[in-house]
Design a protein around this ligand. Structure first.
Ligand SMILES: Nc1ncnc2c1ncn2[C@@H]1O[C@H](COP(=O)(O)OP(=O)(O)OP(=O)(O)O)[C@@H](O)[C@H]1O
Length: 226
């Protein structure tokens, strides 16, 4: 069995099926990239895989445990970086980090010296309030928040959207290093530089997920646009 095994996941709002019998397998050290047109259901799928949205039916088995019936698995195993930042806007960066480090076995002060907050440059604005940060700074902090518990799986929803090239590159390099030490990644993206991280690729179209060849995304998306 794969490290992450998704079986027949569906999602419907009323009679409207957004996701139909989704099957997906991802192993340690792999990066599964999900491509598809705007509105095809990528965010819905990732939020379900991260445990922040409920499937209508199906199984999500993570390291042998069905996370849908053991929701603590999602918390323990997954760092989720949604499109909209999950930060507490009125609090400082330091207090936001403290919030995310509570209950983890990580030492925040150590990470401020050499962990993700140091790597992503978040330590330069620890005393600023989140509401005073730029979009890029908030994204960096959101990533550090998701990484606070040192999760074995990262789920990222278009992480580089609207960021500058330096920040995009930093995120890409971090993901590469994370995969190299066995981290597992599921990523939705429209951007080549992120899609190129894929070790496997899936197309979501009309609620149906299909595995496609790595590197075939431009051709596929041109086909969908016709
Ligand atoms: N709470 C909801 N109630 C009803 N429909 C919803 C709800 N959330 C999402 N949808 C619908 O589900 C579909 C998929 O939306 P989703 O945000 O998952 O797409 P996406 O592929 O991530 O889009 P994009 O690439 O633009 O980010 C859309 O038609 C959307 O209107």
């Amino acid at each position: 069995m794969a490290f992450i095994q998704v079986e027949n996941v569906t999602k419907r709002y009323g009679k409207n099926y957004i996701l139909k019998d989704i099957n997906l397998e991802v192993n340690k050290g792999e990066c599964a990239v999900i491509i598809g047109a705007n509105g095809c259901g990528k965010t819905t799928l990732l939020s379900i895989l991260a445990g922040s949205n409920k499937a209508s039916s199906g199984k999500i088995i993570i390291d042998g445990v069905n996370a849908i019936s053991n929701s603590k698995s999602f918390d323990k195993m997954i760092g989720y970086i949604p499109q909209e930042n999950p930060l507490l806007e009125g609090l400082s960066v330091r207090d936001n980090l403290k919030f995310w480090y509570v209950g983890t076995n990580r030492n925040m002060e150590e990470d401020l010296k050499s962990g993700a907050p140091a790597i992503f440059g978040v330590t330069k604005f620890l005393d600023k309030k989140v509401e005073q940060l730029s979009g890029g700074m908030k994204k960096r902090l959101s990533i550090c928040a998701a990484l606070a518990k040192n999760p074995p799986i990262l789920i990222l929803d278009e992480p580089g959207a609207s960021l500058d090239i330096v920040c995009k590159q930093e995120i890409k390099e971090y993901i590469e290093r994370y995969m190299a030490v066995g981290g597992t990644v599921i990523l939705a993206s429209h951007e080549d530089y992120e899609i190129n991280l894929a070790t496997k690729m899936y197309l979501l179209n009309d609620g149906v997920l299909k595995e496609v060849a790595v590197g075939s995304h431009n051709e596929i998306m041109r086909g969908l646009a016709r």
